[in-house]
Design a binder for this molecule. Structure first.
Ligand SMILES: *Cc1c(COP(=O)(O)O)cnc(C)c1O
Length: 466
């Protein structure tokens, strides 16, 4: 016996027409965004009011649902999948990882337990080994596959909190934080906002941070770091979100380890430098840290929702995230839920595995180096136009400045409005800057030239309207 809803559902699944329809919309979208305005037009944003409808009494048919999504949704997207979106630190997606995600979505796997999804368990295990190999991390480092770096940081710091307190004879899972020995947090003034969020969420308190000044690139000043001890969580970064700079891991991590402190490296986009022959010097010494956070959806160009926590103290990570105290995962097969905060979870290692298998070591090397080279080319072009480049372009980030903050912001607005490329601004060392983040495999020499030209036009316009 099937009811009428079931009939509709079965019919759609058998006809498969809506899957073909989605595929056509998707591939047309990829074609169109290459020349379309990089940011959505005002009209397309206004047209989003098409979604302001009463909750329907009777549902619509599936074709119409998809049609509305494409007609009003697609134009109101930013062209992150293209080659001239330089905002924040966002990546495109490799065709193979996009295709693997689509296949994985048909599977609809829950990666919580091996028994639910042997394939998810297998791919997570393989990716863990491959990541350690690629990034030069010790074999004992374990991986948890989470939504993004925000959650990866939370997991890494939770593991550190668990371990440091246990070393003080305090089981935080059982005893909580009330009355616990006080931990010290050592962070630079350039620590990412998501690090601060994790500190708040974990109840460690922003007031516990001992702030350390940075140099003009945003690196921790090593000689300003206070005396470390076994109650310290030292927060370092591989890739500052503005300048792209890397910290001096060799100078600090061995010292921290000697006294029993915990080191977390936030490498949301920069950790991938370790997989690039030309750039891996930037991460020298980082492999000795206790925990790491990284995004597949940035430099590696996976689709969104692909963060990874890496941790050299498997027991601390699994105990921190799994509330059964001293529980150790003894299973031969991997049960993914022990390495992440969630139980049910998308099997996101599918697209990570696909990208790593497709690229191999040589491909990751070429991808990361390509981003760096395009960033350098943009910096060079903009410098020739008279802009100041205020950071050393060691990775994929370029910070651009005019003589006055007003002019910097005006040029940025005009570049954004041109639709040729999109980038955002930030405060940097007390001044305004434009942030160019090259994070898409799609950026070509032609995109670089078009970007420089867009800046040139915006610059002329900003100066003549003064
Ligand atoms: C992007 C980023 C984060 C946050 O990562 P999400 O994936 O957005 O959660 C944290 N730190 C740095 C350095 C980043 O670039």
């Amino acid at each position: 016996m099937t009811n009428s809803l079931q009939k509709r559902l079965y019919q759609e699944r058998e006809l498969k027409q809506i899957f073909a329809q989605a595929n056509i919309y998707g591939s047309t979208y990829l074609d169109d965004i290459v020349e379309r305005s990089v940011c959505p037009t005002e009209t397309s944003i206004k047209n989003l009011k098409a979604f302001d409808e009463q909750f329907p009494e009777q549902g619509e048919n599936a074709e119409q649902v998809l049609e509305q999504l494409d007609k009003f949704g697609s134009p109101a997207t930013s062209a992150i999948q293209g080659g001239r979106y330089y905002g924040f630190v966002n990546g495109s997606s490799l065709p193979v990882s996009l295709a693997a995600r689509i296949l994985g979505d048909y599977w609809d796997q829950n990666a919580a337990l091996h028994v639910i999804s042997p394939v998810a368990s297998k791919l997570e295990t393989v990716c863990e080994t491959w990541l350690n190999d690629l990034l030069g991390l010790p074999d004992n480092v374990v991986a948890g596959y989470v939504t993004g770096t925000s959650v990866a940081i939370l997991c890494g710091l939770a593991a550190g909190r668990y371990r440091l307190l246990l070393n003080q004879g305090w089981d935080v899972n059982k005893q909580g934080l009330y009355g616990a020995p006080k931990l010290r947090l050592i962070a630079s003034r350039q620590a990412h906002g998501t690090v601060l969020k994790a500190i708040s969420l974990l109840g460690l308190g922003l007031d516990s941070i001992e702030w350390v000044d940075t140099d003009d690139q945003g690196r921790i000043l090593v000689d300003q770091v206070p005396e470390l001890d076994d109650r310290c969580l030292l927060l370092m970064q591989a890739g500052n979100v503005c300048s792209g700079c890397f910290e001096d891991f060799d100078a600090l991590i061995p010292k921290a380890r000697d006294v029993g402190a915990w080191v977390h490296v936030d490498g949301a986009f920069g950790l991938w430098a370790a997989g690039c022959g030309t750039l891996k010097h930037l991460t020298a010494g980082m492999e000795a840290a206790h925990s790491f956070s990284v995004d597949g959806h940035k430099t590696l160009n996976l689709p969104y929702d692909n963060g990874i926590v890496l941790c050299a103290d498997s027991e601390a990570l699994t105990n921190a995230l799994h509330n059964s105290g001293s529980y150790v995962v003894l299973s031969e097969e991997r049960d993914g839920m022990f390495y992440v905060p969630e139980m049910s979870r998308r099997a996101r290692a599918i697209e990570l595995w696909a990208a790593l298998k497709y690229l191999g070591r040589a491909g990751v090397d070429a991808l990361v180096l390509g981003l760096h080279e395009k960033a350098k080319a943009i910096a060079k072009g903009l410098k020739q136009l008279g802009f100041s480049i205020v950071n050393d372009v060691v990775f994929n980030q370029v910070l651009v400045q005019c003589e006055t903050d007003q002019l910097t912001d005006n040029v940025m607005t005009l570049v954004q409005q041109s639709g040729e490329c999109w980038l955002g601004g930030a405060d940097w060392m007390g001044r305004r800057v434009m942030r160019v983040s090259v994070c898409s495999w799609m950026t070509t020499d032609d995109d670089v030239a078009r970007t420089v030209k867009a800046f040139s036009k915006a610059n002329d316009a900003a100066r003549s309207s003064k």
